[in-house]
Design a protein around this ligand. Structure first.
Ligand code: SF4
Ligand code: SF4
Length: 130
């Protein structure tokens, strides 16, 4: 009877993140792992900058200030309304522990074990957990 073949763990790989693989393989695969919350915040930020830039069209400084406050309040409300069911706050309560750069770790593909792209990391980082 042949011996059972088991994959060698990828934990020592530089791309390994809590059981997931962060290696970029294609733009489409990377885009599928973007954190939707970050993307939505980025979009809101761009819309807000655009609106603030257009305030220069108002001649009266008081009108500009009122409009600026209104825009900022609406942006804060819209950001506050963004929810992710998998959000887990870090120790500071601001950033999600699943966030890795612009990606959501939960959306990255699982690491099946040491593969041909294995890149030994110098030292295991805090996220190199099963
Ligand atoms: S779990 Fe965290 S990182 Fe993932 S999509 Fe939600 S907020 Fe973004
Ligand atoms: S061993 Fe391969 S699949 Fe696993 S994290 Fe490294 S590159 Fe990704």
């Amino acid at each position: 009877m042949p011996a059972e073949v088991t994959a060698i763990s990828g934990r020592a790989c530089a791309y390994y993140l809590a059981g997931r693989c962060a290696r970029t393989r294609s733009q489409a695969e990377s885009a599928a792992a973007f954190c939707p919350m970050m993307q939505a915040r980025g979009k809101l930020g761009a819309q807000t900058r655009d609106r603030l830039n257009r305030l220069d069209r108002l001649a009266d400084p008081n009108d500009r200030e009122v409009a600026r406050r209104h825009i900022m309040q609406k942006t804060a409300e819209a950001i506050g309304a963004l929810k992710c069911p998998d959000f887990v706050p870090d120790v500071h309560g601001q950033i999600c522990i699943h966030q890795h750069l612009i990606y959501c770790q939960l959306l990255l593909p699982p690491c099946p074990g040491r593969c041909e792209d294995f890149l030994p990391r110098a030292k295991p980082g805090p996220r190199a957990q099963p």
